[in-house]
Write a protein that binds this ligand. Structure first.
Ligand SMILES: C[S@@+](CC[C@H](N)C(=O)[O-])C[C@H]1O[C@@H](n2cnc3c(N)ncnc32)[C@H](O)[C@@H]1O
Length: 128
């Protein structure tokens, strides 16, 4: 794992809006996404999720919405959820047409249906 990834304090991602500089976390996230380690990870994840084409998938902790965007481009009916107002603002700025919802992973505002794990398939009911 890149040193930069280890440098981000775990609490920083749990409470982005309470931190001293949410913008710095966004910049750091963008830098990390360009790291070969994460590029490979991200590409592989999207390959696995290609099996969900046409299905509804929820990206919990979607951040700036890059994975939701890639899934949507691949034909997955993707919805992103994040608890950070600042991250969602940035996600909506970057991807105005995506379905992005504010909410906490511990109390999802979307009722989860029955899903299948393994290939990363998760069914969720429509957020409306
Ligand atoms: C590493 S960042 C973004 C990751 C994103 N999936 C990506 O690939 O860019 C983690 C995100 O998880 C969000 N997060 C952390 N705890 C959360 C929770 N309990 N519920 C929802 N989102 C949460 C943070 O606000 C942050 O946007």
């Amino acid at each position: 794992m890149p040193a930069e990834a280890r440098a981000v304090p775990p609490a920083g991602w749990s409470r982005v809006d309470d931190g001293p500089d949410p913008g710095r976390l966004i910049t750091g996230r963008d830098r990390l996404a360009r790291d070969p380690f994460f590029e490979v990870l991200h590409r592989r994840l999207l390959e696995l999720l290609a099996a969900c084409r046409g299905e509804l998938a929820l990206d919990v902790g979607c951040g700036t919405g890059e994975a939701v965007s890639a899934l949507a481009a691949g034909g997955v009916r993707a919805v992103g959820i994040d608890r950070s107002r600042r991250m969602l603002e940035e996600a909506r700025r970057r991807h105005p047409v995506l379905r992005l919802v504010m909410g906490d992973a511990r109390h999802l505002p979307i009722a989860c249906g029955r899903g299948r794990s393994g290939a990363g398939r998760t069914g969720v009911s429509s957020p409306g």
